[in-house]
Write a protein that binds this ligand. Structure first.
Ligand code: CO
Length: 475
């Protein structure tokens, strides 16, 4: 087993287990946390990688833990709790042998592999992202069985099965349609006739299909884009033969093949009719995260974080991250311009800075022309480190960085009452930052306009690096 020593003072501490579940009523706060912040910032991270008999092999397979920074009149509380999932129970009971994850195989020598079919044993280790569906709060991974949780106590409340009919694979990045009160997502249904399905859900029991498209070899897609008129799928040239997934006997992602000759195929579906409006092909890249998309005259514009290829996945193997030998490849913010009447795809880099884990003023700007994106940049460091505020209209950007600090995804929260015409960056940016020298993490609060620190709250321990989180206001 590769346990990381607690004395590491660099980014590697972010990949060390944190199995302590704690509740702290009031954290030490410096600066002033705005009193209009209510509720909490809840994040989900892989927090347990090591088990009695072995460790997971990939960072994406660590067991999900929820972390919550709660806000109350400027005070900040903290709580952490594991999701009580079937995946974690099986991992604990088998000493890790039974883990069947994104890139970690069940260990055949320790554990008899269960024969999987077109409905493989779908993991419920929902360590990627969180969302709200009606009155329910969901933790998600890329299987259609999100885990319900209480946003105050972080208690696990069971599975949400309402999307399971759409396919075996989905994304942990659903879009919100505030007008219809729906969550929109896409799924891949795998079978003798595989297809993509764009679907919408109003509650755990009400859902509908928006669009479908047959596909022979589905692409790995971690997110997609949504505008008022279109749902936009971006097919990475990283595809799978569904039979291989069913019978290949390898962990999920190792069944996919990089095929740059395919380019990135982009499909815009009409949300009104479900019809495929048009498809385009862009030069090959690999994308986890779209940033935003909108219509501009006769063009559909899609901004995203582009990796050169899918090697980023293997670079996130846990051993290499813990040894500090895998410096993940940097993603570039890219703008694609797609002529709605047909024609060649335009492509240009948005700025001279690398960017991942992008966020925007989602509620007011998603699907619309916008100015600001926030993200994390490595800037040549061995992992994501600095926070970036990017003006996508001219490529200028502001950076927040500190020695020994390794920042996580920046979550923009609009200021209550800040809905004026110039309001796009009127609010705060929240990020959980690892202070490697101190051996613990803190919640950083930046003024989103100046990108200067206005407050921080010290967590009692290190919080492992993770992917995504959400601000859920009180009531
Ligand atoms: Co993601």
């Amino acid at each position: 087993m590769s346990i990381v020593s607690g004395t590491r003072t660099d980014q590697r501490l972010g990949f060390a287990d944190q199995t302590e579940e704690v509740r702290v009523a009031a954290l030490a706060v410096s600066g002033e946390v705005p009193a209009w912040l209510t509720g909490g910032l809840v994040r989900v991270t892989p927090a347990q990688m090591d088990f009695e008999r072995r460790s997971v092999t990939h960072w994406f397979d660590g067991m999900a833990m929820l972390n919550r920074f709660g806000f109350d009149g400027g005070a900040v509380s903290y709580a952490s709790r594991f999701l009580d999932t079937d995946a974690r129970r099986a991992a604990l009971a088998s000493g890790g042998a039974a883990i069947n994850g994104f890139a970690t195989d069940p260990c055949r020598t320790l554990f008899q592999r269960v024969q999987s079919t077109f409905r493989p044993d779908l993991t419920d280790n929902a360590n990627v992202n969180l969302t709200r569906l009606g009155d329910e709060y969901l933790a998600m991974t890329e299987t259609p069985i999100p885990v319900r949780f209480d946003p105050e106590t972080l208690e696990t409340l069971g599975h949400d099965q309402g999307a399971a009919a759409f396919g075996q694979l989905t994304t942990a990045h659903p879009h919100h349609d505030p007008e219809r009160g729906e969550l929109v997502n896409f799924a891949a249904h795998l079978g003798r006739k595989s297809e993509y399905r764009v679907y919408a859900r109003r509650s755990s029991t009400e859902s509908r299909t928006l669009a479908t498209m047959p596909v022979r070899e589905p692409a790995y897609m971690h997110s997609f884009a949504l505008t008022p008129r279109f749902a936009v799928l971006l097919e990475n040239p990283f595809t799978v033969n569904p039979l291989r997934l069913a019978f290949g006997g390898r962990s999920f992602i190792h069944n996919y093949r990089w095929k740059p000759e395919l380019g990135v195929r982009i499909h815009a579906f009409s949300r009104a009719t479900g019809a495929l409006h048009r498809s385009w092909t862009a030069d090959p890249f690999f994308v986890f995260h779209t940033i935003n998309a909108f219509e501009d005259g006769g063009d559909l514009v899609v901004d995203l974080c582009a990796h050169a290829d899918a090697s980023i996945i293997d670079l996130l193997n846990l051993d290499g991250l813990r040894a500090g030998t895998n410096a993940p490849q940097e993603a570039q913010p890219l703008r694609l311009t797609l002529p709605l009447a047909g024609g060649a795809v335009g492509s240009r880099r948005l700025a001279d800075v690398d960017l991942e884990l992008p966020r925007i003023d989602y509620r007011r700007r998603n699907g619309r022309d916008y100015r600001y994106a926030y993200g994390v940049s490595s800037g040549g460091s061995p992992f994501l480190k600095s926070l970036v505020k990017l003006d996508v209209t001219d490529g200028t950007h502001v950076v927040w960085d500190e020695p020994n600090a390794w920042a996580g995804e920046p979550v923009f929260v609009p200021r209550v009452g800040g809905d004026g015409p110039d309001g796009e960056d009127d609010g705060v940016v929240l990020s959980v930052v690892l202070d490697a020298a101190a051996g613990r993490s803190f919640l950083l609060v930046l003024d989103a306009q100046t990108f200067q620190e206005i407050a921080r709250a010290e967590a009692p321990h290190h919080i492992p690096f993770g992917f995504h989180g959400q601000y859920f206001s009180a009531a």
